[in-house]
Design a protein around this ligand. Sequence first.
Ligand SMILES: [Zn+2]
Length: 238
Amino acid sequence: MKRKTSVFWILFSCSALCFVSLTGIFFRIQQTTPTLAEYSAEPVVIIDAGHGGMDGGAIGIDGQIEKEINLSIALKLNTMLQAYGFQTILTRNSDVSIHSADAKTVRQQKTSDLKNRLKLLEDTESGILISIHQNQYSKSSAHGTQVFYGRNCAQSKELAEMLQKTITGYLQPDNTREIKQATKDIYILYQATKPAVMVECGFLSNREEAARLTDEEYQDQIAFSICMALMNCLADRS
Ligand SMILES: [Zn+2]
């Protein structure tokens, strides 16, 4: 019996030690994950209206053009963020591609355009990128906002979570989509070393959602939700 008791106490002590150390590691990880509020006291928000110029992006079920919706939401977001005192930069404020002059073919221009958007983020001190896009899927039933985040910077995920929560809470209570880390297909987010997210506001392949996405009032609500989410993340900055 005595031997059994001591084996029990040895096992119990080992488990307790493991628990304490794991909890310690967990809390240290929690504490050392940098937050967006700690990132910069004066962040510069780079608002990226996806596509533009020869690249129209997705085409909606009723002919909606993604690049136009992206720009419209981006301009609204820019106005709101500036009204709240944020410094902002738009990657484009009209229907253009921002490729370099030496890019000749359409393929070269698309690659150059993406590289220049990424460069703008990387060259901007305290830059935070919010890229605006619209989604498309073969099944027309797919709908709802989904936020993607860059893999190289912890704050990207924090911002993506807040965006997804704010947009769905305010506008899409039935949306159960979850945020996703960007794969290499999403070039800017995959390469970015600074906070970077992409908001796929909705699906242009869904008739009802495509109609809403071209509605000025709904675009205002999307822009406002993005603005609120960012302000929430940055509220505690010193
Ligand atoms: Zn797009």
